[in-house]
Ligand binder design. Structure first.
Ligand code: NAD
Length: 297
């Protein structure tokens, strides 16, 4: 099942000299004794974050709609990982995933609402497909709200917890992606502010991370739709060459490191924050994404 576009991510990792199987650290970590639930963790950013959390002492429940890949990921990450099938558009699935986590590990310290999708590009607002808009909002926005709702149900009586969400640079600046995805990611930043304001009185922190483009199945699929006929490996190179920071590319591990910080006690007084992981991209006028030259060369 590691077929299609996801294989390009693995190829990309191989080109960067990364190992596919990650050994679990036995050192005491920054999340020692913590329990995390991560949606969309069968792949990409969520998978990398699950790995990082486990390597830092956490127990992680992977919740994803991709049953087979989710099971495989949990097996690969070892005994501190488990998988539950979950479609974030179904409130009952989210509620079950939270209940499963608490019944397995007796508590929930970290809820990372990371699952998301990109979508077909409409050339103009005039062409916007509202059925697609509704579907994307269902996953990227309603799924996040449902995750926060059910995590809060457990965290409020605990009087502690860290809730994370994945937004995007496309939620900060117009013109980086099509409207539907941008609007969904902009909404996450609003959700974080609104929920942090309520949940602070229970000792619960709510934050989000806004990454730049990373070559995961989500972004590679979107680019293939934008530029049909371009080879998958070339698409990965375009994504990786579209950043602003000289000498570095944005990777899943950059987001996982941000999530590790926000989830840990090192961020014990950080709430309502949007941690932008973009190498400075959103600080200057955008040249558009991707740079037209990058596609031609
Ligand atoms: P990905 O495709 O590797 O991972 C997304 C995961 O979400 C997949 O495992 C998928 O099965 C899961 N998912 C999709 N719909 C779901 C549903 N209804 N219920 C449960 N799980 C579902 O992509 P990724 O890049 O790792 O994306 C993770 C998050 O990061 C998304 O919210 C995405 O919008 C955001 N993001 C990605 C980028 C990027 O360039 N890759 C940049 C900024 C933000």
């Amino acid at each position: 099942f590691r077929t299609g576009l996801s294989k390009y991510v693995f190829i990309s990792r191989a080109l960067r000299g990364e190992s596919f199987s990650r050994g679990l650290s036995t050192q005491a970590g920054r999340l020692e004794g913590k329990v995390a639930l991560i949606t969309g963790a069968a792949s990409g950013i969520g998978r990398e974050t699950a790995t990082k959390f486990i390597n830092n002492g956490a127990k992680v429940v992977i919740a994803d709609i991709q049953h087979q890949l989710g099971q495989y990921t949990a097996e690969e990450l070892g005994p501190n990982a488990s998988f539950i099938s979950c479609d974030v558009t179904k409130e009952s699935d989210i509620s079950n995933a939270i209940d499963y986590t608490v019944s397995k590990h007796s508590k929930l310290d970290i809820m990372y609402n990371n699952a998301g999708v990109a979508c077909k590009t409409a050339p103009s607002i005039v062409d916007l497909d509202l059925a697609v808009f509704d579907r994307v909002m269902d996953i990227n926005v309603r799924g996040v709200i449902a995750g926060i709702k059910h995590a809060s149900r457990v965290m409020i009586p605990q009087r502690t917890g860290s809730i994370l969400c994945t937004s995007s640079v496309t939620g900060l600046m117009g013109g980086l992606s099509q409207h539907t995805y941008s609007v969904s990611k902009c909404a996450i930043i609003g959700i974080v502010k609104s929920l942090a304001a309520e949940l602070c009185k229970y000792g619960i922190r709510v934050n989000c991370i806004s990454p730049f483009a990373i070559a995961t199945p989500l972004s590679v699929h979107e680019m293939c739709r934008l530029f049909p006929g371009i080879d998958g490996q070339r698409v990965i190179e375009i994504v990786q060459n579209s950043g602003a920071l000289e000498g570095a590319i944005c990777e899943e591990s950059d987001v996982a490191n941000a999530a590790l910080y926000l989830a840990s006690d090192e961020a014990k007084y950080v709430s309502g924050h949007n941690l932008v992981v973009d190498g400075g991209f959103t600080t200057f006028k955008s040249f558009g994404f991707p740079a037209p030259d990058a596609v031609k060369n």
